[in-house]
Design a protein around this ligand. Structure first.
Ligand code: XIL
Length: 311
């Protein structure tokens, strides 16, 4: 039978999905996940609020369940994520600023050590940028300035030298102020010998709005000697979705897949979730949905067929 994972692997790529612990009890999702995808990103289970809800007490149970599902289905895991301003427990932002670096390093070291050998890659710093290309003034920035990013990457590398270390963000898929800032940061980190291996392009798109500069933009990062990956692809539609929009969505998914295939250092594409019925989109963008390649009856949509054709 046709599988995205088989087609992707034949091209030296992966095709992934995101799964939460809740998804693991939904047989419609797990059936598709194991058959079609060969990379798993935990939807929430490796984020700081889950893994270290209070200072120094760690909870790897939920993340371990995702890893174990992946292993039993011969899927790899993208670790997501070590440092992020969101889904950050309040104890971190309440720390005196002179204790933030220590807490960040301890968190990275403990989590990356726990998952050492089990994750293909880590999103070490997630969503560091504002839309204008300035760094977010979060607790990490306030404590350490822009140095927190290099420090996080070095700390992760020391804990798991074999994991590919990524910076991941959204609205950096096309060439714009935010992706230019990511590009400058990547250049600067590499010139200082900081262990940075890849850039993740989240790719939470609105139907019909895949940037035409996505291919050239990913290529310029690859030309720095970095891997690139499409890490959280979805393509939301204002509901109800009609056949014209679903066809445009197919065009969009095909275009993103093709863009990745045309960049030799694009290692793979991950969709954020399995199916429309369990996607995060309706809960976060009211009025929008139908953002994935499977409908809520687990049937492949035109976008699925477009990915197959592209692969
Ligand atoms: C989302 C999850 O899917 C939701 O369940 C959660 O409530 C919020 O976070 N960028 C990221 C992901 O890097 O971690 C986010 O995941 C989606 C946006």
């Amino acid at each position: 039978a046709t599988s995205l994972r088989g087609l992707a692997e034949a091209k030296g790529r992966y095709f992934g999905t995101a799964l939460t612990v809740a998804d693991l009890s939904v047989s419609g999702e797990t059936g598709i996940a194991g058959a079609q995808f060969d990379m798993v990103t935990p939807g929430n289970e490796m984020k700081w609020d889950t893994t270290e809800p209070s200072n120094g007490s760690y909870n790897f149970g939920p993340g371990d369940r995702i890893v174990s599902f992946a292993q039993s289905h011969t899927m790899r895991v993208r670790g997501h994520n070590l440092v992020w301003h969101s889904q950050l427990p309040s104890w971190v932002s309440a720390l005196p600023l002179n204790q933030v670096q220590g807490a960040m390093e301890a968190h990275i070291t403990t989590e990356a050590t726990h998952y050492k050998g089990k994750v293909y890659a880590w999103d070490v710093v997630n969503e560091p940028f504002n839309e204008d290309g300035s760094l977010r003034k979060d607790v990490f920035y306030n404590a350490m300035g822009s140095n927190y990013i290099a420090d996080a990457l070095r700390t992760a590398h020391a804990a798991d030298p074999n994991a590919a270390l990524y910076l991941n963000d959204y609205n950096i898929e096309g060439q714009n102020a935010k992706s230019n800032a990511m590009y400058s940061l990547a250049q600067s980190l590499l010139s200082q010998g900081v262990p940075l291996n890849g850039i993740g392009f989240e790719s939470h798109f609105i139907v019909g709005q895949v940037p035409s500069s996505m291919l050239s933009n990913m290529q310029r990062f690859a030309d720095l000697g970095l891997d690139v990956a499409v890490t959280e692809l979805d393509d939301r539609i204002q509901l109800p979705a009609g056949s014209t929009t679903l066809q445009q969505q197919a065009t969009d998914f095909g275009a993103v897949t093709n863009d990745c295939l045309q960049v030799s250092r694009c290692v793979g594409v991950s969709q954020w979730g399995v199916d429309d019925g369990h996607s995060w989109i309706p809960g976060t963008f009211p009025g929008y949905g139908a953002a994935t390649i499977y409908d809520s009856d687990y049937q492949p949509k035109p976008a699925y067929n477009a990915v197959v054709t592209a692969l």
